[in-house]
Design a protein around this ligand. Structure first.
Ligand code: P6P
Length: 379
């Protein structure tokens, strides 16, 4: 797609998307979705940047211990118990806030009938848009455990074509706007959501760091493209018109604290590249933030390999498939990189069986991923 060229700083996200739609009208709905996601990310960026000032750091809590039935919240011995998400992880205040911001932004587009979030136990149906073309999956604030230390965090999102025709009828039958994986009567609804990453119509992330950068791709012939939030303008402006990950890098990005639990094949690979005994003969350095968006963004720009490999205690690793592994793998492969599971399979071909299912995941420079695969024990 050609975009009217000007100095990069004057091409805003709005102008970029409208020039795409003028050459391909079928992207009109996607334009609306991307603009609403961008608006939500601007709000989340402000929340993240002002977390310490607005006392929004720390854990989301349930006020416990008040006398049952009492109206007032000044019951005796109030105990604040941290709220947990469906993964059993402590929810941060900003997890809950960011989820609400993104969920509402997407609902109000009227262009989404179904969405799944890391912070929602079940998938949500939006009655006013059940026959819409797209469904959305997202992690509203990935890496939020880093918030209190002001380390980078990010929003990860994916947009899928809703190819099932029966969501509206299933909704009428059940009259329930929540959909659980095991709901037998919501098979078509869940089918729309539980698609492999290869079916994504768009994916991307917004990183909240020294700058706020929105990176996404619409797949197909579209590039991976990056926009940086200009705080003076309050606009995302084009800064990375066509992001291509280097064919090989010299960084590996993985939590070595778990290396004693890894499969021997993975320990062997990391050991070789850190000693300069891999294919490139370069000695690789370790870079690991512990925030997927930051680690993937650096890998996308500088090259190398990122992984959350799983181990004997967590066979499927820690990352979730539909709203972390698939969108990030789709984007990195669109930028000329590669991705695979710890079994050496394509992440984008893994068919999800549940909204919060985890998957092992490696992604980064194509030559680094291909070299890793030569070590992996085929299943
Ligand atoms: P580990 C953050 O909690 C997260 O979901 C990702 O952002 C990050 O890459 C991963 O978990 C870190 O996992 O096992 O290193 O703590």
């Amino acid at each position: 797609p050609t975009v009217a060229q000007g100095p990069l700083s004057t091409i805003t996200l709005q102008r970029y998307l409208s020039s795409l739609v003028s050459s391909d009208e079928s992207l009109r709905e996607m334009e609306g979705l991307m603009l609403s996601i961008a608006m939500a990310c601007k709000t989340i960026s402000t929340l993240v940047n002002r977390a310490g000032i607005n006392q929004l750091t720390g854990l989301e809590t349930d006020v416990m211990g008040t006398r049952s039935g009492s109206q007032s919240n000044n019951g005796p011995n109030k105990k604040n118990k941290p709220k947990k998400n469906i993964q059993g992880e402590d929810q941060k205040k900003l997890d809950v806030l960011s989820n609400g911001v993104l969920k509402n932004a997407l609902k109000f587009t009227g262009k989404l009938g179904l969405l799944a979030s890391e912070e929602e136990d079940e998938a949500l149906l939006i009655e006013s848009a059940l026959d819409s073309r797209y469904v959305a999956v997202f992690d509203p604030l990935d890496g939020s455990s880093n918030i209190d230390a002001s380390i980078c965090t990010g929003t990860i999102f994916g947009v899928l074509e809703d190819d099932s025709v029966d969501i509206k009828n299933e909704y009428k039958r059940n009259n329930d706007d929540c959909v659980r994986d095991e709901d037998a009567e919501c098979v078509n609804t869940m089918d729309a959501l539980l698609q492999p990453g290869s079916q994504l119509a768009a994916s991307g992330y917004c990183m909240y760091s020294s700058s706020t950068i929105l990176v996404f791709t619409l797949g197909g012939s579209h590039p991976v493209i990056g926009f940086t939030l200009d705080p003076q303008l309050g606009e995302f402006v084009l800064t990375h018109p066509n992001m291509r990950t280097p064919k090989r890098g010299s960084y590996y990005s993985v939590n070595e604290g778990n290396s004693w639990l890894w499969d021997a094949s993975i320990r062997h690979y990391i050991d070789k590249i850190k000693r300069g005994e891999g294919q490139s003969k370069k000695r690789y350095s370790s870079r690991y933030v512990g925030s997927m968006v930051g680690d993937v963004h650096r890998t996308l720009l500088y090259g190398g390999i990122f992984g959350n490999p799983g181990d004997v205690q967590h066979r499927n690793g820690k990352l979730r498939l539909i709203y972390e592994c698939s969108p990030m793998s789709f984007l990195v492969e669109q930028a000329g990189g590669g991705s695979c599971t710890s079994e050496g399979k394509s992440v984008l071909e893994v068919v999800p069986e549940g909204v919060h299912q985890r998957s092992t995941c490696w992604l980064g420079s194509i030559e680094d991923v291909e070299e890793l695969k030569t070590y992996l024990v085929p299943e």
